[in-house]
Design a protein around this ligand. Sequence first.
Ligand code: GLA
Length: 378
Amino acid sequence: MQQLKVIAPGRINLLGEHLDYNQGVVLPAAINRFFEFEFKGNTTDCIHIEALDLNESWEFDLHELKKLKTTGWKSYVKGVFILMGLSSVNGLHICFKSNIPIGAGLSSSAALCCGLAFGLNEFFDLGKTRLELALLAQQTEHQYAGVKCGLMDQVACLFGEEAHLLAFDTLDHSIETFSLPLVGVQLFLIDSKVKHNLAASAYNERRSQLEEAWNLAQQIFVGIESWRSLKPFQFKALLSHLDAVSIKRLTYVLDEMSRVQKVQALAKQIAADLNDSSALNDSYQELGHLLNQTHDGLRDLYEVSCEEIDFLQCHLQQTPSILGARMMGGGFGGCLLVLAKANFDFHLLEAVFSAYQLCYRQNPSIEPIQLMGGVRAL
Ligand code: GLA
């Protein structure tokens, strides 16, 4: 009987937050937190799926699937099966488990959809490309989870490369890989352990605010290609047509686009300066500064942070040997991405974590990161 094992990673994003549905370039990477799937053919005519961590299972007949009401992980499974266009298959048993914390902003849902889609594609030899699978996984989120997400998470999950970050251009879908040598510094995550449930609605709202602004920009500046080609004088002219909230949102997007360019240049600079410790030091300081600036923008202009995350970020900024920190992912909870000196003593965070625990009744955790390859069959 045919059998297949697949792993599908979660992701971090160095910079370019909320740019993947705003015509930007984003800088994600797949990480060593992943889903593991096992696909096995059987002689029944049903699909049987087991979510091992949740101790839940689900059996369905593919012909009935469209009619079935689902919630949680089953909605993603339903979406992937329908969008893959499988109309009849022999019996199939799938089980999966994951070590990606749910709701931590590490794209566990994208990893679930991409891993499942990739596995079905291999198992039934459907011939879809990785980009097609990414788009299908994104559509699953749009249609079956109601989140109008961009394509960054799916691309990171499917195209990630070991020890590399991706520069994903969301306008033309081109992907470049680059490395960010970490000499004397480290990147890690702090999981705030909070997740506010307005995340999906606030996310969709941000998206439509920017889409409206873009429609307006296109009417005023006929022929304009993207936000990236908006000239400063055009931005000024546009301001009088936008409400105060849209101005904040757009200001964040344009600022973040320019920070992404700076980080791309810094990564090249760092690779060229590997033997010059003083130049390296300056570059890492600058990188930390950019992370902090992104956080400020996400908090004050894009307004997708939350009190708990801001509490941590504010204290991290004041902690010696921490060069920068920012919320990461969709927002309203989840993880912070932190750049610190390599010799940073994690015990220095104990007091901050205790204060956080007292205020918010949650125990944050430190999560090391390693960059790994994208979805693959084992
Ligand atoms: C979520 C979405 C992504 C992206 C990030 C913010 O993770 O799924 O598409 O928009 O938020 O950068």
